[in-house]
Each structure stands twice: as structure tokens, then as C-alpha cells.
Design a protein around this ligand. Structure first.
Ligand code: NAD
Length: 450
């Protein structure tokens, strides 16, 4: 592992010099141009890199390409000095914020959407002039091995090494000193990452999970709302960090919601999702067992069928779920949609606020006041009204959690800023010394009255 790490230690000054040189070189215009060429090459080879699944192309590769394109277009704007307002005493000076690279970033990826969660931070890390150690998830072993094989062909392997492996390899990496750790994964492991980072005072970005609630207002077009919710929930078999975890609605519309969701499940995945090409599988046996156990004790309104040998769990809707049921105790991260009835908006807001802050709060309503109340009276990484997941497609919107759903944010310029040090610079002339007299002792009455 140490062979891969570029970050210098105190007793490794040669490495330190080499790293400093590499990073400085990288900042130069020629190096930036080289980076542009490399990333366009990567784009050309994307067809060879990706698996044939439509979902990977749509939800990951296109997003990563968009991010690369954005960085190429905006890099000079992001990287240039940002002038700030000056005070009376510094009128003749130059005052600006100059983003500078942090050094070496450790990127630890999760297994769901492995390309997006690993390469999106990498694009920002490179754009900001950093070196990066890339640690894809061992669970999505196929994409991890493709990254291990192909990334070194298009990026300098000394600056961007890929380290594959599981828990023990990640733990070894976490013993080392980095300048930033960008972690995507579960809240439990996020805690361990933050503990390890604290030993070196390394800043972290934690992109975590949680239970994102989805409130459906009685006064909304239920068929459109349920169509969007069904898509957001069951895409990638529910293994999406920002999937609506559960529905909150009034009892009077519950059966209509169930019917509409079932209608959409059938439309999207046929009556036999098991044989439908657009319907996925649970990533492994461990997660299969975990999700199946979560359903225990809840009333199945639709689905519930499963096959352990192929890690198949059919799209499932649970109704009349209570806050105490197993399925409400942890992030579901699977194709199970519980419905909890509440007396109205007040109780829905209270329900959300009694729990950890989620990655997203979803609200479906025709009424602006309802949306506004949910926005004002809850807190979450993001708020999305009348759709699911699509806020992720706007790189100008910072993506991230708050509280137990995460720390820090990224996408586009936000990744650039997150992985840069925003250095305050004040460049003064040596002239106009008289202006400074007042601050130098002795502080005589004469000077103070001036
Ligand atoms: P995970 O925490 O199990 O694994 C993530 C990474 O951490 C992997 O690279 C793994 O090797 C490493 N890891 C696992 N256990 C470790 C340990 N004990 N010590 C050190 N490293 C360890 O998460 P996962 O199962 O891959 O991903 C699912 C979770 O990630 C869900 O909670 C989901 O909501 C969340 N997620 C969040 C986002 C986001 O952008 N906020 C995106 C995708 C997934």
C-alpha cells in the first residue's frame, strides 16, 4: 500500500519534494491541457468500460461525462483568484481568495452506482489539482477491477493509484495521513472513517445514507405522484441512497396510493418483474437476508415474493406500517416501500423531525403552501418537490447530507471547492506607511485622535 501512497510522511522528505513538484507541475497550464486530453480519451473509451446495462449508462456514465465536461469548461473560472471587498485600511491592496490544491485525497466509494460515487469526486479532485488514491467498493467487484485496470491507462498511476480490496485494505489506508478523505457509504462506517481521519486532523466529506421520507399531500395528482415515486423507489432495485425510503400520507388516500403504485410497477416491470430486463437484483446474499428480515411483521399490500438463490426480491409495497416496525428501524436500501399513515401535514412534519435528518425530504403537492411548510419546518440534505432523484442531475445544486446523512457536499464547482483550500490572500504595497501609524505603539492620545 505504501508504494501507492504519494502523501509524504515527516521522515520521507524525498517523497515530499516529489509530491510538491508533481502538484505544482499539475497546476501549470500545460498539465491542465494534458488532463483535458486524458479525460477526453477516457470519454472515447467509455463504451469499452461500461457494462451493457442501460441504467449504468443513464444514471452513471452520462452524469460522470457531464461532470468532466463541466470541469473542462469551467476550470479556469473556478481556479482563478476570487476578489473580495476591501476595508478602508486595505484599499490600496489586493484582497482575494485563491483556491489551492489540498494535496492527496483518499476517495472511498460505495458499491451502488460505483462509477458515479467513485469517479465524480475524482473529477473534482483532479480539477482542483490534487493527487488522489481511489478505493472502489469491493462489493461491486466488477467495476472495481475495471477501474483498477483502465484508470492507470489514462491517468498518471503515480498521482491517481487505484487500491482495490475490502474492509482490511480500507482500514490500512485509513491509518495513513491524507489531506482530505472523501467517503461514500453507510453512516456506521462513516463514523469509523471520521474517527480515523481525526487522528491526523484530516478533513472529511461524508456522503452517507438514511431514511428519506416522502409526504404525499391529499390534494395532488396521485397518478403522476405515484409514477414518479415508483420510479425513484424501484430503480436499481431500491439500492439508491436518495430513494424515497417510505411514504407518509393520510389514511383516506392510502389504498389509492397502493393501487397507483401497483399500476406503475406493472407498467415498468410487467406482471413478472423476475423476468423483466429492467428490474435488478439485490447486490448479495447478506443484503438479501437483511432486506427480507426488515419486512417481518408488516402487512404486504403487493409483492413480497423473493428467491434467495438469485438475490431476487420483487417490488414490494407495505401498508399500515407503524413507526415501531422493523422496516422503520434502518435505511431499507431495497425494493420495499412502506406506507405510514398520518393525520395530515402537521403530523408528517413531526414524524420527520423526530428522526435523524435525511438525505432528502420529498413532498408531493399541488399546493405551494404545503411545499413551503415542508421546506421551512424540516431539515435534510436536499428538498425535492413533486419528483424523485432528479436533483442529482443538476451539478449546480450541492449534493450531500446533513447530520447523520452526511457532512460536506459535492458536484461541479462544489467538488472543486470542497477539495481545494480557499486561501485568503492580501497583497499590500510597502508604500503608504503613514496609514498604519495608528496601530503602532505607543498608543498616544495624539495618534488615537487622528
Ligand atoms: P459501506 O459503508 O459498507 O462501504 C463503503 C466503503 O467503505 C467500501 O469501499 C468499503 O470497502 C469500506 N468499508 C466498509 N466497511 C468498512 C470498515 N469497517 N472500515 C473501513 N472501511 C470499510 O457502504 P455500502 O454498503 O458500500 O453503501 C451503501 C450505503 O452507502 C448506504 O447507506 C447508502 O445510502 C450510502 N450511499 C450514499 C451515497 C451518497 O451519495 N450519500 C451514495 C451511495 C451510497
Amino acid at each position: 500500500l505504501t508504494r501507492h501512497i504519494i502523501k509524504p510522511t515527516e521522515n520521507d522528505s524525498k517523497d515530499a519534494q516529489r509530491q510538491e513538484k508533481s502538484i505544482k507541475q499539475f497546476q501549470k497550464h500545460e498539465e491542465r491541457k494534458k488532463f483535458h486530453k486524458m479525460t477526453s480519451q477516457t470519454q472515447n473509451y467509455r463504451i469499452k468500460l461500461i457494462c451493457s446495462q442501460h441504467g449504468t449508462e443513464l444514471f452513471e456514465i452520462l452524469v460522470v461525462e457531464g461532470e468532466i465536461q463541466l470541469a473542462l469548461e469551467k476550470l479556469s473560472e473556478w481556479a482563478c483568484p476570487r476578489p473580495v471587498e476591501k476595508s478602508l485600511l486595505t484599499l490600496s491592496a489586493e484582497a482575494y481568495v485563491q483556491p489551492e490544491p489540498l494535496g492527496v485525497v483518499l476517495i472511498i466509494g460505495a458499491w451502488n452506482y460505483p462509477w458515479a460515487v467513485t469517479l465524480l469526486p475524482l473529477v473534482g479532485a483532479i480539477a482542483a489539482g490534487n493527487a488522489a488514491v481511489i478505493k472502489p467498493s469491493e462489493v461491486s467487484c466488477g467495476s472495481a477491477s475495471v477501474m483498477e485496470k483502465f484508470l492507470p491507462q489514462y491517468l498518471d498511476p503515480d498521482l491517481y493509484p487505484v487500491v482495490t480490496g475490502g474492509v482490511s485494505e480500507t482500514q490500512e489506508l485509513l491509518k495513513l495521513r491524507f489531506d482530505h478523505i472523501f467517503y461514500t457509504g453507510s453512516t456506521a462506517v462513516g463514523r469509523l472513517v471520521m474517527e480515523a481521519a481525526a487522528r491526523h486532523l484530516t478533513p472529511v466529506t461524508l456522503e452517507l445514507g438514511g431514511k428519506s421520507p416522502c409526504y404525499i399531500d391529499r390534494k395532488c395528482d396521485l397518478s403522476v405522484a405515484c409514477r414518479r415515486i415508483t420510479w425513484g423507489k424501484f430503480v436499481n432495485c431500491g439500492q439508491t441512497c436518495i430513494a424515497p425510503d417510505y411514504i407518509l400520507c393520510e389514511p383516506s388516500i392510502q389504498s389509492q396510493v397502493v393501487d397507483e403504485v401497483i399500476k406503475c410497477i406493472k407498467e415498468f416491470y410487467t406482471d413478472e418483474p423476475r423476468t423483466c430486463e429492467d428490474y435488478g437484483r439485490i447486490v448479495n446474499q447478506q443484503h438479501y437476508r437483511r432486506i427480507m428480515a426488515l419486512m417481518e411483521g408488516s402487512a404486504v399490500a403487493y409483492g413480497g415474493d423473493a428467491d434467495q438463490s438469485s438475490c431476487y426480491i420483487g417490488p414490494t409495497v407495505l401498508k399500515d406500517v407503524t413507526a415501531e416496525s422493523k422496516v422503520m428501524k434502518e435505511e431499507i436500501f431495497g425494493p420495499v416501500l412502506p406506507i405510514i399513515t398520518v393525520s395530515g401535514l402537521d403530523q408528517a412534519i413531526q414524524f420527520v423531525n423526530e428522526r435523524e435528518k435525511p438525505l432528502v425530504v420529498y413532498v408531493f403537492s399541488n399546493c405551494k403552501k404545503v411545499i413551503r411548510r415542508v421546506q421551512d419546518e424540516t431539515s435534510s440534505g436536499a428538498l425535492l418537490a413533486n419528483d424523485c432523484l432528479v436533483h442529482f442531475t443538476i451539478p449546480a445544486l450541492p449534493f450531500g447530507g446533513v447530520g447523520h446523512s452526511g457532512m460536506g457536499c459535492y458536484r461541479g464547482r462544489h467538488t472543486f471547492d470542497c477539495l481545494s483550500h480557499l486561501r485568503s490572500c492580501l497583497i499590500k504595497p510597502l508604500s503608504m506607511e503613514a496609514v498604519n501609524n495608528m496601530r503602532y505603539p505607543p498608543h498616544t492620545a495624539n495618534k488615537l485622535s487622528w
